[in-house]
Design a protein. Structure first.
Length: 585
């Protein structure tokens, strides 16, 4: 690609220099020759800056568009109309307005060189079609030697384009195209203002110099139309010649100024270092966003062990691809990156600031990466605990089903067999009837204990009827009077309902065993996406979560669901157990 850029620069320079020299070998007024030299000199400056931008930003189309604009601009009717050779005249007529849509394409697509808005693409496409349509009748029918044209300036030796057929007065067609220029320029200015408004603060700083220059070009174009009816008619005015020339030079100069402005990075990087020294953990992204003036900036941290990028919370992040409207700057070596910045594409014009900010934040980013890795490990531990709790609940349900469908059913069958045997005994059975009756009593007691065991493992009523019915069942079986203050009307999800149920169950069991309470208050509610569980008694208090496995097991279950469990049990003041468990909206 460098060879292509050098070829464009050499070719553009040769074209401008050769054309300037050739102007002195044709029979033209001196004013035309002098203006031609100025135009070709300005064009070469623009081509050189375009190639330089192309070299610095090869992935952007801004450089090629800028070079193309300054190749097309001087090769128009303004400089070539009086030549007496067919080739330059043909080129002049064909390219008379091609520079316009190239200019709009350059400005609206800056800094990436790609039009991201559908409205911008439609406008630029129409501009190219307009330029080609404008050139066609002039290539076929226009003759600059006709009397109506000589009233403006003498042109006895002008050549005709290769495509000329015959003289036709195309002023009517030209007037229609000329009056179309005014709304087109106004639309362009509106799109330019829209681009500035929609840019981020950092992006606006980058595009502002070029946008101001483009606004100046558009305004002077509108004035030319208002004063002369067409920009082509203003070539006789020396004043407007210099205005147009300065407007053309303002584009590459402002573009270079914008790039140089983006290189003032040392002071910003130094301020960032000072800020990060006192910044709390997790604030690196905000500090970088302020330094780069890009509120949309996202930070992705590289984890070598996982071979992936993650966010500050340790969640995997997919970097945007090309064409997504976002740019990615990877900090660190390509084979061992530290982090990646996902930012506004216009910040690519401030590459030096991006590099300096990344270097200044390197140590802070290393710390952020370690914290993200720790968060990821904690998340894996939490997920592992949740899987263990879920596996335990599933095993509880399996045991409950096995006891209900297996042992309990066999004991019920045995009870029915005992009843049948008693009915077959004769009165003189030597006490067998009493023995069978005693066996039935023991069997019923065993069934009751088995049901209580199955209910303690996992209550079927919780799965079938939900948490409210299961809590009421616990209250009915409690040896201490229970007051239920509130219960949720909707289901909360199996893990949440199981945690709330066992919390209430274990708390009521502890009250019955140790609290010496006269009453217990139970409340289960859903608020702000959390299930709130409160069990409060008026007993002796003094419960210690560190002793015994009951409360520790409940705490593990609640924490596995990202919930919190607190126990307030001051001596003589009763015990209050409060849990908050996320359950979604």
């Amino acid at each position: 690609m460098r060879a292509v850029r050098l070829l464009v620069l050499a070719g553009g320079g040769a074209l401008c220099a050769g054309s300037a020299v050739a102007l002195f070998h044709v029979d033209q007024p001196s004013i035309i020759q002098k203006r031609g030299i100025v135009e070709f000199t300005a064009a070469f400056v623009g081509i050189a800056i375009g190639v330089l931008v192309w070299e610095l930003r090869p992935e952007s189309r801004t450089g090629p568009l800028l070079a193309a604009y300054f190749i097309a601009a001087p090769l128009s009717e303004g400089s070539w109309i009086f030549w007496n050779h067919q080739l330059p005249v043909t080129v002049a007529f064909a390219l008379e307005f091609v520079a316009g849509p190239i200019f709009a394409h350059l400005i609206l697509s800056y800094p990436t060189g790609r039009l991201t808005s559908r409205l911008d693409r439609a406008f630029v496409t129409f501009g190219y079609v307009y330029a080609l349509a404008y050139a066609l009748p002039r290539l076929l029918f226009f003759d600059p030697r006709m009397p109506h044209f000589r009233d403006v300036e003498t042109c006895w030796n002008c050549a005709l384009p290769y495509t000329h057929i015959s003289w036709r007065n195309v002023d009517g067609i030209r007037s229609v195209f000329d009056w179309l220029l005014l709304p087109l320029v106004l639309i362009f200015l509106a799109l330019l203002v829209r681009k500035l408004v929609r840019s981020s603060p950092g992006g606006r700083r980058v595009v502002l110099p070029l946008s101001l220059a483009a606004f100046f070009v558009g305004v002077q174009f509108v004035l030319q139309i208002a004063l002369y009816g067409s920009p082509a008619n203003s070539w006789t005015s020396t004043r407007w010649f210099w205005v147009v020339t300065l407007a053309s030079l303002a584009i590459p100069v402002s573009l270079a100024a914008g790039m140089l402005w983006g290189r003032r990075a040392r002071s910003a990087a130094a301020d960032l270092v000072v800020e990060l020294e006192h910044a709390p953990p997790g604030s690196v992204r905000d500090a970088l966003a302020r330094t780069l003036a890009d509120p949309s900036l996202e930070l992705a941290l590289w984890l070598p062990e996982q071979r992936c990028f993650v966010d500050g919370d340790g969640r995997p992040v997919e970097l945007p691809t090309s064409g997504s409207g976002r740019a990615v700057t990877v900090l660190g070596a390509s084979d061992a990156p530290v982090a990646a910045l996902v930012h506004d594409p216009v910040l690519l014009e401030r590459r030096a600031l991006l590099t300096a900010a990344g270097a200044a934040a390197r140590f802070a980013l290393e710390n952020e990466r370690l914290q993200a890795q720790l968060r990821l490990q904690l998340e894996e531990v939490r997920a592992s605990r949740a899987r263990i709790v879920q596996a335990g609940d599933e095993e509880r349900r399996r045991l409950e089903r096995d006891l209900h469908d297996g042992a309990q059913q066999r004991l019920l069958g045995l009870g029915m067999a005992l009843q049948l045997a008693r009915s077959q005994l004769v009165p003189s059975a030597n006490g067998a009837d009493e023995l069978l009756a005693e066996a039935e009593t023991e069997l019923r007691a065993a069934l009751d204990e088995l049901r209580e065991l199955a209910r303690g493992i996992h209550p079927a009523i919780l799965t079938e009827q939900g948490l409210p019915a299961a809590v009421r069942s616990l209250a009915e079986r409690s040896s201490v009077p229970v007051t239920i203050v509130g219960l949720p009307e909707q289901r909360l999800g199996e893990p949440v309902e199981a945690a709330a149920y066992f919390l209430v169950s274990e708390s009521l069991a502890n009250v019955a065993k140790y609290a010496q309470a006269s009453t217990v208050r139970v409340c289960v509610a859903k608020r702000n996406g959390h299930a709130l569980v409160d069990v409060e008694d008026d007993g002796v208090g003094g419960a210690d979560p560190g002793r015994g496995s009951g409360l520790r097991g409940l705490a593990d279950r609640v924490h596995a669901l990202d919930g919190t469990l607190t126990v307030d049990s001051r001596a003589g003041a009763g015990t209050r157990i409060h849990a908050e468990i996320p359950c979604g909206s």
